[in-house]
Design a protein around this ligand. Sequence first.
Ligand SMILES: [Zn+2]
Length: 110
Amino acid sequence: MAPTTAPGPPERVCPHCSTLTRTTDQRCPFCRRSYYRSGPGAIAGMLAVAVIVVLAGTAALMLLLFLPALETELASQVETVQSDLERQVRELEGAVSDEFDQRFGPGPAG
Ligand SMILES: [Zn+2]
């Protein structure tokens, strides 16, 4: 005769409150916390999130601190580029004017 085991939910020990219960539930009926302990993967995930938060915070802080200097630098760069562009346009105008004079002679005004 084979011993008959009553079919029922498996025994589980809660990792949080150490209560032994027969249940198929994913959570402890006493403390309502999960039977599954957060493994190293979860810890690594939380650590990664923490690192990202710290990095983002540092980046935001640096941006906040250096934004005025950055704006000044950007403004001076834009000014330099604009003056360069203006100078090139003037040179081009002069070159076009010279070319025009060479081909067609000076205009009636001189
Ligand atoms: Zn529990």
